[in-house]
Design a protein around this ligand. Structure first.
Ligand code: COA
Length: 391
């Protein structure tokens, strides 16, 4: 179709006026999955306000909602939860891959390769139908926590932990967190459950867009998810939560926070966990996870990270007019749960896999190849020089 366009139409579509660096403000899809709502709700998944979901739902309910389009009945939820437990084992080939990991591998790279491996041996590998994609999505949701926990434990030399019988968040906390007294553990499970819900979906963020672009060639779901994982790793996107954890560790004490930040701003450093391409007036998800982080600080009797974070938040608003995004207080909450810094972004994958898969399926339901244009700014036309005449 593009090849047939008139020169005038081509010029119009590639004119500098239509160009938006970073695709800022560009509408690139129609979607029924997530609405970035400028009103009080902040964000809705399939019509439901994020605050209601984070307060009242389990992550499994939200995962089901994103994948199947409605909140599950009790029977549907039970079946879904059983499926997740049943599918959480890893195939032998993937176990051998984990055993061969170099000790310092980045876990996002492990996930990228591990998910690709899972695609090779998936029982629906040759089936790209909608039903098969839903089955693959549920399997990935179940397998990714095992892939992360087993890889981390293999690289650090710990033995794989046996799984408890609780829900998804409890299972995950058991795999990657540290033990605490019961009241704090309950609060940690609630905080991790909320964090998984908040991370599950966010419209056309960079990794979801990468997944949709890949899926638009009608390639397989694991391929699209592999592309998404690679995009999520970057510090301007999902890698920010790991970068925030590193920043909090670098600051170390609340008394140092103000001086550290003023120095960073003086050197024009980007402060991780602040700002957002779309949410210029603040991120409603940040308030929700901040409340969990504050509660965990109280229950754990450790206010260090929360106090550092509050100081950074105050000064960033005063000096730059920037507010925290979801990654900022998530890093505080994860620290209090004893989640190692290296697992921060992989945990994001445990959750966002639902949004990615929902988008891949939606893209392929109404597919049109995603193929934008670029404005050419290279050398003007020049004659070809044979090799022996080049200087
Ligand atoms: N720290 C310091 N300054 C920041 C900043 C941050 N985290 N985020 C934005 N700014 C500043 C920029 O330097 C720029 O200032 P200038 O106009 O004086 O040059 C201005 O705010 C606009 O930033 P811009 O880079 O155009 O915004 P963007 O839409 O391209 O960037 C992010 C959005 C998310 C990439 C950016 O805010 C960022 O890098 N944040 C930190 C990483 C992060 O937390 N990512 C997770 C996002 S959910």
């Amino acid at each position: 179709m593009n090849d047939m366009m008139s020169p005038a139409a081509t010029a119009e579509r590639t004119s500098p006026a239509a160009y938006s660096p970073g695709l800022e403000g560009v509408i690139a899809a129609e979607s029924a999955i997530c609405q970035v709502d400028e009103g009080a709700a902040g964000l809705r998944y399939r019509g439901y306000a994020i605050g209601d979901l984070a307060e009242h739902s389990s992550f499994e309910e939200v995962a089901f909602l994103l994948l199947y389009g409605h909140l599950p009945s009790r029977g549907e939820l039970d079946t879904f939860s059983t499926q997740l437990s049943r599918e959480s084992g890893l195939p032998d080939g993937v176990r051998r891959f984990i055993d061969s990991l170099p000790p310092n591998a980045h876990l996002m790279d492990v996930l990228r390769t591990g998910i690709s491996w899972l695609g090779l041996v998936d029982s629906d590998a040759d089936d790209g139908s909608r039903d098969a994609n839903l089955r693959k999505a549920v399997r990935l949701l179940a397998q990714i926590p095992s892939l992360i926990a087993d890889s981390y434990r293999t690289m650090t030399g710990d033995k794989p932990a046996p799984s408890p019988n609780g829900g998804f968040a409890e299972h995950l906390l058991h795999l990657v967190g540290t033990a605490a007294r019961q009241e704090a553990t309950d609060a940690m499970v609630q905080a991790l459950n909320a964090s998984l819900i908040l991370y599950a979906e966010h419209e056309l963020n960079a990794s979801t867009f990468a997944a949709r672009v890949t899926a638009s060639t009608m390639t397989d779901l694991h391929g699209a998810i592999t592309a998404a994982v690679a995009a999520l790793k970057g510090p301007l996107h999902g890698g920010a939560n790991e970068a925030v954890a590193a920043m909090l560790a670098e600051i170390g004490r609340p008394e140092r926070a103000e001086a550290w930040l003023r120095e960073a701003l003086a050197h024009k450093r980007r402060v991780m966990g602040f700002g957002h391409r779309v949410l210029r007036q603040g991120d409603a998800r940040s308030d929700i996870i901040r409340r969990h982080a504050e509660r965990l600080s109280r229950l754990c009797g450790d206010h260090t990270w929360y106090d550092i974070a509050s100081t950074l938040e105050r000064i960033m608003l005063e000096e730059k007019g920037l507010r925290p995004n979801l990654d900022f207080y998530t890093a505080v909450a994860y620290r209090l749960m004893g989640i190692p810094q290296a697992l921060s972004t992989p945990l994001f994958v445990c959750s966002r896999i639902t949004g990615w898969c929902a988008h891949v399926i939606e893209q392929q339901d109404h597919n049109r190849l995603i193929r934008p244009r670029a404005i050419y700014r290279g050398p003007t036309p020049r004659p070809y020089e044979p090799l022996d005449r080049r200087g």
